[in-house]
Design a protein around this ligand. Structure first.
Ligand SMILES: Cc1ncc(COP(=O)(O)O)c(C=O)c1O
Ligand SMILES: [Zn+2]
Length: 422
């Protein structure tokens, strides 16, 4: 049975019922806008749950039904969650790490971690009488919302940027979403805000600034990342969790998952969270010691478009502070090289944003902040097939050969340095 009790403010703790509140805490709004988050009766959950409770359950997110809203039981599912945790021995050696693991979220139904958010957010749409799903997105959030709206039989409107023409936009259209572009983010947000206030639209993304993060029920879905990782590590948390971060929905959600497991006595210690960011808002906020998140322009052109936002959120800062974690800024010019190395070392082709996490990890290892013996988890939020243009532009040309074996072997040697040894 679900142990959901209501919503609470991440910053001041003000509590609310199980309500459609998507614009953050009214108490904190004036000073530091902060998101709300679902609260559960963890003592009640702890009385019925133990490490053994999960053993014979299905691997999708409903495996953790007590710790999700009751609505997930009858929600539209595509089998989200249950993604593999892969040991990366060869790449780990580049960093001097013996225990580097990658949680591969590209295996989700629409190809990214956003399916966890979309599943849990959409699960609540019926209760709140949603007429349509509305999302402001240039990428994975839009694709995930479109997929789950289709599955739930709801119309979906995706507000995106002008000129967006990646595989992800095609994916949104394939799911039947109404994709409309605006010139600015402010325009997208204003239209979505009107849709929410006046047309019965149900938002799954941020839609006003300063942003507080996404739909709190959706963000709560990300805590299953922590549950899965701990289960996959025999009920131990890693020492470090490194995530590519924009609004920090996933990082906050995952951190909350560790906190809940610790509160229920299912893990003995919690990890430190690391934000890999492009603009540096969280690094600046941590350095300032204040709760406000400064606006900083992300460097363009955006190689890691999914995380190139100009302002992160208080929830992300909270996860970093509460976990004793930190933030590091990734550079555009290092992402594609890391993408090639990871793919060649481990057979994992990651979306450029995910490589920001490896860039941050390299920095922390060089600084000696992360020790050789530490256990590190990196979140691969989406796969490289979501956006192949940058990889293709940096890839070498493909040589052509005729049928001759000798010339073929010479071409392999000349183009790729491969010696067949004959
Ligand atoms: C591939 C990818 N990684 C990371 C992020 C950042 O997610 P969050 O806003 O939860 O920090 C996004 C957001 O769109 C994304 O698409
Ligand atoms: Zn508050």
């Amino acid at each position: 049975m679900s142990q959901l009790t209501g919503l609470a403010c991440i910053r001041c703790g003000a509590s609310f019922g199980i309500e459609p509140r998507f614009d953050g805490c009214p108490e904190c709004r004036v000073q530091t806008p902060a998101n709300l988050t679902p609260r559960y009766d963890l003592d009640g959950a702890a009385r019925t749950l133990s490490a053994e409770s999960f053993g014979d359950r299905p691997s999708d997110m409903r495996r953790y039904r007590e710790l999700l809203p009751p609505d997930v039981q009858d929600a539209a599912t595509l089998g989200e969650g249950g993604t593999p945790l892969l040991h990366c021995g060869r790449y780990g050696r580049r960093l001097g790490l013996e225990r580097l693991f990658l949680k591969d979220e590209s295996r989700n139904p629409s190809g990214s971690f956003k399916d966890r958010l979309a599943f849990t957010a959409l699960a609540m749409a019926k209760r709140f009488g949603a007429k349509a799903v509305g999302v402001s997105s240039t990428g994975n959030a839009g694709a995930a919302a479109a997929a789950y709206a289709a599955r739930a039989g709801l119309p979906c409107i995706v507000l995106t940027v002008q000129g967006a023409a990646s595989a992800i936009v095609t994916q949104m259209q394939a799911y039947g979403a109404m994709v409309v572009a605006t010139r600015t983010k402010a325009d997208r947000w204003k239209l979505l805000q009107t849709g929410v206030a006046e047309w019965g639209w149900y938002p799954t993304s941020p839609y006003f600034g300063p942003p507080v993060g996404s739909n709190p029920y959706g963000v709560d879905g990300y805590k299953t990342l922590a549950y899965e990782v701990c289960e996959q590590m025999e009920w131990e948390a890693p020492d470090w969790c490194v995530l590519p971060v924009a609004y920090g929905d996933a990082m906050f959600g995952m951190w909350k998952g560790f906190e809940e497991l610790a509160a229920m006595g299912l893990i003995a210690r919690k990890p430190r969270m690391v934000a890999a960011e492009m603009a540096g808002c969280l690094s600046a906020a941590l350095a300032s010691g204040h709760d406000a998140i400064p606006e900083i322009a992300a460097p363009s052109p955006y190689v890691a478009g999914s995380i190139s936002v100009n302002q992160s959120t208080y929830q992300a800062l909270h996860a970093l502070r509460a976990s004793g974690g930190t933030a590091r800024v990734a550079r555009n010019d290092e992402l594609l090289g890391l993408q090639r190395d990871l793919a060649a070392d481990e057979g994992i082709y990651a979306e450029p944003s995910s490589l920001a996490a490896l860039a941050a990890l390299h920095r922390l290892c060089e600084e000696g902040r992360i020790a050789r013996s530490d256990t590190v988890m990196v979140l691969n939020t989406a796969g490289g097939l979501k956006d192949t243009a940058a990889t293709a532009a940096a890839a070498p040309g493909i040589p052509t050969v005729d049928g001759g074996a000798a010339r073929f072997l010479k071409t392999l040697k000349d183009a790729y340095g491969y010696d067949a040894g004959i």
